[in-house]
Design a protein around this ligand. Structure first.
Ligand SMILES: NC(=O)c1ccc[n+]([C@@H]2O[C@H](COP(=O)([O-])OP(=O)(O)OC[C@H]3O[C@@H](n4cnc5c(N)ncnc54)[C@H](OP(=O)(O)O)[C@@H]3O)[C@@H](O)[C@H]2O)c1
Length: 229
């Protein structure tokens, strides 16, 4: 499969490593341009590209940059990209530690719904609740009793099944977590977040999540507005 990855940090770098090792063609981009990705390319065999090219070369395009930087992506990032290209959002909103205030999310828009609005494309939310290090090292064969499961939320069942198949290849169980409007169940602060549960544990954690955004996951008064908002 051709996989575009926008963001080459903790998550983007490790997804580049794992998908390349599995034999996929990875096209990876960051904010500093393809020249800055020479080491990652040499290590993995992935092709360093611009963000526009990553969006155009993938059958699946994974957007994995800090939430505050989402509005900085080019407005025409997905212009002309076919509708059947699956866009994945790995993002989490960290208002107090990293992102500052994002008004849309503070006003009640679910994080991945807000990302989808910014990108102008439907997204599948996945990989947001597992540490990058575990994504790299904790994959196990199907049926292993210690296999970690990952929630996958999105409004398009075909797109979700494409992502769940990739998750299976990486050595994790993909769990259908409902539509994007249900994806608050896997946001920071919920029971499934960074918990490394198995399939049954993920289902239980999603079902027991509370919609309320806790104070530690809200911007504080005076926090700077993020991006172009
Ligand atoms: N770290 C984790 O364990 C973890 C786990 C699950 C989910 N997440 C979430 O996944 C997202 C990415 O996290 P991360 O830890 O991988 O971030 P990170 O290590 O800080 O890396 C961020 C990457 O985004 C790139 N970037 C920033 N602005 C960009 C722009 N405008 N255009 C293109 N690329 C841009 C950066 O480019 P440069 O390299 O050029 O600076 C960098 O490669 C975040 O929302 C995070 O909350 C993280």
């Amino acid at each position: 499969m051709n996989i575009g990855i926008i963001g080459s940090g903790n998550i983007g770098g490790n997804l580049t490593r794992r998908f390349s090792a599995l034999g996929h063609n990875v096209f990876v981009a960051n904010s500093r341009g393809p020249e800055s990705l020479a080491d990652l390319a040499a290590e993995t065999g992935a092709t360093p590209v611009s963000v526009h090219e990553a969006a155009r070369r993938g059958d699946v395009v994974i957007v994995t940059i800090p939430e505050k930087n989402i509005p900085d992506l080019p407005r025409d990032l997905f212009a002309g990209v076919p509708d059947d290209v699956v866009v994945v959002d790995t993002g989490n909103y960290y208002p107090q530690q990293r992102d500052g205030r994002i008004a849309g999310i503070e006003d009640g828009t679910i994080e991945s719904r807000w990302v989808s609005q910014q990108l102008g494309r439907p997204v599948v939310k996945a990989f947001n609740n597992i540490y990058a290090e575990h994504l790299l090292k904790s994959g196990r064969p199907a049926g292993d009793p210690n296999r970690i499961a990952l929630p996958v939320a999105g409004d398009d069942d075909r797109a979700k099944s494409v992502v769940m198949n990739l998750i299976d290849e990486l050595g994790f169980d993909g769990i259908d977590a409902g539509g994007i409007d249900e994806s608050w169940r896997q946001q920071p602060g919920t029971p499934v977040y960074a918990a490394d549960f198995d399939a049954e544990g993920v289902r239980r954690a999603l079902a027991s999540a509370s919609r309320e955004r806790k104070p530690e996951w809200r911007a504080k008064s005076g926090d700077k507005a993020a991006g172009r908002e």
